[in-house]
Design a protein around this ligand. Structure first.
Ligand SMILES: Nc1ncnc2c1ncn2[C@@H]1O[C@H](COP(=O)(O)OP(=O)(O)OP(=O)(O)O)[C@@H](O)[C@H]1O
Ligand SMILES: [Mg+2]
Length: 294
């Protein structure tokens, strides 16, 4: 797309971005998303609640950061709360990706980024909160809000409860992402007993770009070592890592074994009954969703 096709006044740019947030992220934020990440962006803009369980290093935190920026610049005035189980997860992971994305944007887009806060005005901001600040989650309301929970299985139940309070008014979008490590708790419930209210997505390492053309774990394990090092996007989960995890195995509940985390299923061949029904890549979308581009 040539730069002459991108609107140059803020209102037209926001309208253009709202038409297709993936395009906004790719063109204006300069992020080169892969299909699984595009699917997550569309889901957040189309659905009230999106839950994503995925392999390690499939780009969940990266895409969450792009979504925070897109929501901030396209849906404002708005309030955005982000969290993760640890302060390092908030500041070093999610907000460092937000910082990098912000740095790639045209400098005249407005908004001041300071550490874990991006602010345009008193009622138009995004912040990162650690989960030991549970009380700071309470009482936020706005016409439009976004709440992002990274590494969601590790986030305390009282934070989830506070988020439910936030959802009591306005148009509140919720994005929760994580590895399917724990067969219990609110993240697990989003894929099982509570799934009616969620757009759920399951992303296996095998869905990601480094695994194009590889259909099964058996096929991966039969590859010569040099093929394991052919990764189109080396920053994402690699063929070698999944092969190593599959070969070494691990102790513990099937759901927390590394290969299960790679495939986002409890076993590549036999999904654990506890996560059963949530193993398709796009599991279910809210009935009101418009699923553009899929
Ligand atoms: N589309 C992309 N373009 C460029 N870099 C990317 C992209 N997606 C992810 N990355 C980079 O790949 C690495 C892994 O991404 P990320 O940390 O988001 O994965 P994750 O799924 O959150 O991993 P984990 O399960 O460990 O939390 C990071 O260094 C991130 O910056
Ligand atoms: Mg992450």
């Amino acid at each position: 797309m040539s730069s002459s096709q991108i609107p140059n006044d803020h209102a037209s740019l926001a309208a253009w971005g709202r038409e297709d947030p993936v395009r906004f992220i790719e063109v204006v934020l300069g992020a080169d998303l892969w299909d699984g990440q595009r699917e997550i962006v569309r889901s957040v803009f189309d659905n009230p609640r999106t839950a994503v369980k995925a392999s390690h290093a499939t780009g969940k935190t990266f895409v969450a950061a792009q979504i925070v920026l897109a929501w901030f610049y396209l849906m404002g005035p708005t309030k955005i709360l982000t969290t993760a189980p640890t302060w390092l997860g908030v500041s070093r992971l999610l907000w460092s990706e937000i910082g990098r994305g912000h740095g790639r944007m045209p400098s005249d887009m407005g908004g001041t980024l300071l550490g874990t806060e991006l602010r345009a005005s008193r009622d138009w901001w995004a912040i990162g909160l650690s989960t030991d600040e549970g009380v700071r989650f309470q009482g936020h309301h706005a016409e439009r809000m976004l709440v992002v929970i990274d590494e969601a299985p590790g986030v305390r139940p009282d934070i989830w409860e506070a988020v439910e309070g936030i959802r009591a008014s306005g148009d509140v979008r919720l994005l929760v992402i994580g590895n399917p490590v724990q067969p219990g708790g609110p993240f697990f419930d989003a894929f099982t007993k509570d799934r009616e209210g969620w757009a759920t997505h399951t992303i296996s390492a095998f869905d990601s770009p480094n695994f194009d053309g590889i259909e099964s774990l058996e096929q991966l394990l039969a590859m010569p070592p040099e093929e394991l090092d052919k990764n189109e996007r080396p920053y994402l989960v690699t063929r070698r890592w999944v092969a190593e995890k599959a070969r070494t195995g691990a102790r513990g509940h099937r759901c927390s074994r590394p290969v299960s985390m790679a495939t986002s299923r409890c076993s590549p061949t036999a999904p654990c009954s506890r996560w059963r029904g949530s193993t398709k890549r796009v599991d279910q979308t809210h009935p009101t969703a418009t699923r553009a581009g899929r």
